[in-house]
Design a protein around this ligand. Structure first.
Ligand SMILES: C[S@@+](CC[C@H](N)C(=O)[O-])C[C@H]1O[C@@H](n2cnc3c(N)ncnc32)[C@H](O)[C@@H]1O
Ligand code: SF4
Length: 421
C-alpha cells in the first residue's frame, strides 16, 4: 500500500542534505556593546573608539528592536545564558544595563538560574558601577585584566594600570563572587618569570574562573602592521607550560584551550558555544547560529555602530545570512568540540548537527590513527598531542572544496572565536 509519508530510512539518513533534529539545541543570547575608550593595538574585535558620548539610550532602544525582530526565530525556546560582551560593556551605565535586562526578560523566556555575564574593563569609573550591574541581574563579571605588570599593560596599550586592575579584581570578587579574569601571555618581551608572576598574582585572588589567552597578531590590527618583539616559540611554550602548571596546582580544571575553572565553575555560556549549542547575537557585528527543524543558519549583523543603528530602524540589522551545509557542519562542530579537554559524548554530534556520525567517521579514524584523538568510541576527545597541535587536528575535518583552497582553511581555524562572541 502506498503511503504519503514514510519514516526516514537508513539510506535517507546517510545521504540527505539537510539536518533533522529530535530536539533543538540549548539557546544562549549574546549582546554586543561595541564601544571602547581607545582601540587596543592587538584587538580584532568589533570595537570602536568612542568619540564623544556613547548614544546609550538609542543603542539600548536598537537592541530591543533588534531582539523583537528576531523573536520569531526563537519562538517558544528557553534562554539558558546571556553574555553582554564588547567592546567595553562597562562603558554603559548601570541604569542602561538594568533597562536592557528588564526589556530582555519581558520578551524571552529566561531560565530562572540563567548565567548572565558582563565584560568589564578595570578602569576607575567602571568599577563604581559594579554594584549597579549586580542589582540589575548580572550574576557573573568577566574582567579584562590582561596582566598585573605596568610595563606589559603599557606595551599592550591598555588604559588602566596594575593597581586599577587589583582594585577592580577585589571589588568584582566582593560584589559578584562569580568572576572571570581575562589575562594574556606571550606578551612583548615577556619572560617565563614575568608570566609566572602574573599567574601567581591572579591566583592570589582565587577567582572561580581564569582565561589565559596566547596573544596572537590578528590581521587588521596595529600589532600586525608593526609587530612588537614577542617571545620566540620555545619561550612561549615554556610560558604556557608554566602558567598551566601553576593553575593545575591551584586546583583549576583546564577544561578548554584557554579556560580554567574551579570545579563546577566553567562558563555555561561559552560551553554552549563549544558544544555546538545555538545562540542569538544582537547588536553591532554580533554573530548568531540558530537551528530550525531542517536547517542551521548563521547570521552576522551590520558591524559599524552607526550603520547598525540605522539598519535597525529599517528593520534590517542582518548583513549576512548563510546556511550551514552538510559539507561544513562536521568541521564546524569539531572546531568547537575539540577545544574541550574532555571533548564531548559521541552522541552529541547527531544531536547538535542533525546528521549521523558517519559524516565524520573517516576523519575521526584518521585523527585517532595519528594519535590526535582518543580511541574511545563513546567520546570525541582530543589527546594531549591533539590539544598541542589543535590547528592540525581541526583541519582534518575540513572538506576540501574547489571554492575553499587549503590556505583559506588556515584562516578559518586560526581566527576561530575562542574569546566569546
Ligand atoms: C572581547 S575581548 C575584550 C574584553 C574587554 N574589552 C577588555 O579588553 O578587557 C575578550 C578578551 O580577549 C582577549 N584578547 C583580545 N585580543 C586578543 C588577541 N589578539 N590575542 C589573544 N587574546 C586576545 C583579551 O584577554 C580580552 O580580555
Ligand atoms: S581589547 Fe577590549 S578594550 Fe581593547 S579595543 Fe578590544 S574590546 Fe576594546
Amino acid at each position: 500500500m502506498a503511503t504519503e509519508t514514510r519514516p526516514i530510512g537508513v539510506q535517507d539518513w546517510a545521504t540527505r542534505s539537510h539536518p533533522v533534529f529530535s530536539a533543538l539545541p540549548p539557546l544562549s543570547l549574546y549582546i554586543h556593546l561595541p564601544w571602547c575608550v581607545r582601540k587596543c593595538p592587538y584587538c580584532d574585535f568589533n570595537s570602536h573608539e568612542a568619540r564623544g558620548d556613547i548614544p546609550e539610550d538609542a543603542y539600548i532602544d536598537a537592541l530591543i528592536a533588534d531582539l523583537e525582530g528576531a523573536l520569531p526565530s526563537i519562538w517558544g525556546r528557553k534562554v539558558i545564558s546571556i553574555f553582554i560582551g564588547g567592546g567595553t560593556p562597562s562603558l554603559f551605565s548601570d541604569a542602561a544595563i538594568d533597562r536592557l535586562l528588564s526589556e530582555v526578560r519581558a520578551r524571552v523566556a529566561l531560565l530562572p538560574d540563567a548565567e548572565i555575564t558582563l565584560e568589564a574593563n578595570p578602569g576607575t569609573f567602571e568599577r563604581a558601577r559594579f554594584a549597579g550591574y549586580f542589582a540589575a541581574g548580572v550574576n557573573r563579571l568577566s574582567l579584562g585584566i590582561q596582566s598585573f605588570s605596568d610595563a606589559h599593560l603599557k606595551a599592550l596599550g591598555r588604559i588602566h594600570d596594575a593597581d586599577e586592575a587589583r582594585l577592580a579584581a577585589e571589588s568584582a570578587l566582593m560584589i559578584f563572587g562569580n568572576v572571570n579574569f581575562d589575562l594574556m601571555y606571550a606578551l612583548p618581551d615577556q619572560t617565563t618569570a614575568d608570566a609566572a608572576r602574573d599567574a601567581e598574582e591572579a591566583l592570589a585572588f582565587a577567582p572561580p574562573h581564569l582565561s589565559f589567552y596566547h596573544l596572537t597578531l590578528e590581521p587588521n590590527t596595529l600589532f600586525h602592521r608593526y609587530p612588537p618583539a614577542l617571545p620566540d616559540d620555545d619561550t612561549a611554550a615554556d610560558i604556557e607550560d608554566t602558567i598551566h602548571a601553576a593553575l593545575d596546582a591551584a586546583g583549576y580544571e583546564h577544561y578548554e584551550t584557554s579556560a580554567h575553572a574551579k570545579p563546577g565553575r566553567a562558563c555555561r555560556h561559552n560551553l554552549n558555544y563549544w558544544r555546538f549549542g545555538d545562540y542569538l547575537g544582537i547588536g553591532a557585528g554580533a554573530h548568531s547560529k540558530l537551528s530550525f527543524p531542517q536547517r542551521i543558519v548563521r547570521q552576522i549583523r551590520y558591524k559599524q555602530p552607526q550603520q547598525y543603528l540605522s539598519q535597525v530602524t529599517q528593520r534590517a540589522p542582518v548583513l549576512e545570512e548563510t546556511e550551514v551545509t552538510r559539507d561544513d557542519v562536521g568541521f564546524e562542530f569539531m572546531l568547537n568540540a575539540l577545544r574541550l579537554t574532555d571533548g564531548v559524548p559521541t552522541s552529541l554530534f547527531a544531536e547538535r548537527t542533525g546528521f549521523p556520525l558517519s559524516l565524520i567517521a573517516r576523519d575521526v579514524d584518521e585523527a585517532t590513527r595519528r594519535g590526535l584523538m582518543e580511541p574511545d568510541p563513546l567520546r570525541l576527545q582530543p589527546t594531549a598531542r591533539g590539544r598541542r597541535f589543535l590547528n592540525d587536528l581541526q583541519t582534518l575535518f575540513l572538506r576540501a572544496k574547489p571554492d575553499r583552497p587549503a590556505a583559506h582553511a588556515n584562516v578559518i581555524v586560526t581566527s576561530a572565536s575562542d574569546r566569546g562572541r
